[in-house]
Design a protein around this ligand. Structure first.
Ligand code: GLU
Length: 393
């Protein structure tokens, strides 16, 4: 569903991914003026009520400059050491530069498991959302010092796409030295055509992505298209633009060349589709008629409306919600372990702290993590239709 390209400020939440080569010069280190110009762009967006998250590469590149490591490929432990040195400098640079516009930065270092395992995913998401709520700009990178090859993203394009889907962003901007997607690598093929709009990532589009990656940045067009699949599939649009100019976000607005990948749905549908697509629920919460009506109106499920709890599950697992008539009426990610859920079932949210000994979440299943049955049916049907369309196409 291509809805047309909107101005940046018309988005609710934007993830900006910054490639290493934009931030770090091999000889002179951090490109401070450029960083200041990006921070000024971010400040302008925030003044228009847009949440901005930054996925910043550059830890390894900056660390190898600080440590004066010889050019060429690094061994794993060398790049981990370089990242350890570079990440401090990188985070400090962001923090200082954003503070010129009175913006506070918060550092988040993620490893693959933080987005792929549901419980850790929920925790990471909660922290990032809290930072945004407090008005800070999350500065995110992969935790390169502990990530080894089997357990790493390896490139920040896909990491940024996961961050975008995790936080329900509606736009992902990949800034690098490439200004967009071409039908063939433009430096090799003079007939390569630039594509300003990509309505869907078809096999033809995928075939246009070469495998290129430079010494400074791991991601080539391949990982950008992978990122596009993750983002657009979850209802988040994506822009590939060059970050080589000062004020690169403003440049996108004023007509600098960039490619826009249309989202395939809305963020809400994507989250619901993800929950609906979970495997067998680990447990069941049977609710009363009042809760059933509240869920139908799009409310969260509070402990007070839960009559019984069955199964053994942990916080973050998928549970089925059973209505008064014994049918599954909804499915969602539960905020409590089974044992805790049993203890607080039927009780008021205000009593949770007294019962469990800590102030947990007010909702047993928050509405953002909940799909009512009709939506499950629709989401499944949509998935089937899309699968059918792909096979047919
Ligand atoms: N996480 C790496 C770094 O900060 C960059 C990965 C990438 O370039 O995609 O150095």
């Amino acid at each position: 569903m291509a809805t047309g390209r909107k101005p940046l400020a018309a988005h609710r939440r934007i993830v900006v991914k910054i490639g290493s080569a934009l931030l770090v010069d091999r000889a002179s280190g951090l490109k401070k003026d450029w960083l200041h110009s990006v921070c000024a762009d971010i400040a302008r967006l925030r003044a228009e009520n847009v949440d901005v998250l930054v996925v910043s590469s550059g830890a390894i590149a900056l660390g190898r400059t600080v440590l004066d490591l010889a050019p060429g490929a690094l061994k794993l432990e060398e790049s981990q050491a370089a990242a350890a040195v570079g990440q401090i400098a990188l985070a400090r640079a962001w923090s200082e530069s954003l503070s010129r516009d009175n913006i506070v930065a918060g550092q988040i270092l993620l490893t693959l498991g933080d987005t792929e395992e549901r419980r850790r995913y929920l925790n990471a998401r909660a922290t990032i959302n809290q930072l945004l709520k407090l008005g800070a700009v999350p500065i995110i990178n992969e935790n390169d010092t502990v990530a080894t090859s089997e357990i790493r993203y390896g490139d920040n394009d896909r990491l940024a796409a996961r961050v975008a889907t995790m936080t329900g962003a509606d736009l992902l901007i990949l800034l690098s030295d490439i200004d967009g997607l071409y039908t063939a690598p433009p430096h090799l093929d003079p007939k390569a055509e630039f594509l300003p709009v990509i309505p869907a990532i078809t096999p033809d589009i995928e075939a246009m992505a070469g495998g290129a990656a430079s010494e400074l940045s791991r991601g080539g067009m391949r990982t950008k298209i992978d990122a596009g699949k993750i983002a657009t599939g979850a209802g988040c649009g994506m822009i590939i633009a060059s970050g080589k100019t000062q004020n690169p976000l403003q440049a996108i607005e004023t007509g600098a060349r960039s490619s826009w990948f249309a989202p395939s749905g809305t963020p809400v549908t994507a989250r619901k589709t993800w929950i609906a697509g979970q495997l067998q629920p680990a447990g069941e919460l049977t609710v009363d008629a009042g809760a059933e009506q509240a869920l139908a109106r799009g409310k969260s499920l509070l402990p007070a409306g839960v009559r019984s709890v069955s199964g053994s599950f942990s916080r973050g697992d998928t549970v089925a919600i059973i209505g008064a008539e014994g049918r599954e009426i909804a499915r969602g990610l539960v905020s409590y372990d089974a044992e805790e859920a049993r203890q607080i079932a039927g009780r008021k949210s205000a009593e949770i702290e007294e019962i469990l000994g800590y102030a947990g979440r007010a909702a047993m299943v928050h509405r953002d993590d909940l799909v009512v049955t009709g939506v499950i049916a629709k989401a499944k049907a949509k998935e089937e239709t899309e699968k059918g369309a792909v096979h047919a196409g």
